[in-house]
Design a protein around this ligand. Structure first.
Ligand code: 4NP
Length: 153
């Protein structure tokens, strides 16, 4: 059985598609399944934001085939770990949990890092520099996550 990781932001077009692509790129696909979703339903069926596609491509990762979907309470049964990009999305996910086992699966992405920043900022209304910054924050967190889950912790 593969370990399944879900990345969640608001729109599922900027941050969580990057997180999905970056973490996938660091893990063995025979052992891990990585997906992403948004707590808002504004962009269902759309490709990621062109600025996320561009910054991922700059670092050799293709996220252009991803399709936006909304987070579902069924995801608690489907996934082993659910990473929220910020506190607002963390709260929205936790509010849909049915029990402690569900809630225990949810973490803030940056809680995996020993840093003061705890939220991946929403770059949607930013210039391209925002996407560059977000890429590196997510990449650093995903390196820590990959090291941790590959050793079964
Ligand atoms: P994301 O960014 O949560 O990183 O995908 C957003 C994208 C779109 C919207 C909000 C955040 N929106 O309101 O449309």
């Amino acid at each position: 059985m593969k370990t399944k990781v879900l990345m969640v932001c608001l729109g599922n077009i900027c941050r969580s598609p990057l997180a999905e692509g970056i973490l996938k790129n660091k893990l063995n696909p025979d052992m891990f399944f990585v997906d992403s979703a948004g707590t808002g339903g504004y962009h269902i069926g759309n490709a990621p934001d062109p600025r996320s596609i561009a910054v991922a491509r700059k670092y050799g990762i293709d996220i252009s085939n991803q399709v936006c979907r909304k987070f579902s309470p069924n995801d608690f049964a489907e996934f082993d770990i659910i990473y929220a990009m910020d506190k607002s999305n963390y709260g929205t996910i936790i509010a849909q949990s049915k029990n402690k086992a569900d809630a225990d699966k949810v973490r803030l992405l940056l809680s995996e890092l020993d840093v003061h920043t705890i939220e991946v900022p929403d770059p949607y209304y930013d210039a391209d520099e925002g996407f560059e910054k977000v890429y590196h924050l997510i990449d650093t967190a995903c390196t820590a996550i990959a090291n941790k889950i590959e050793t079964g912790l």
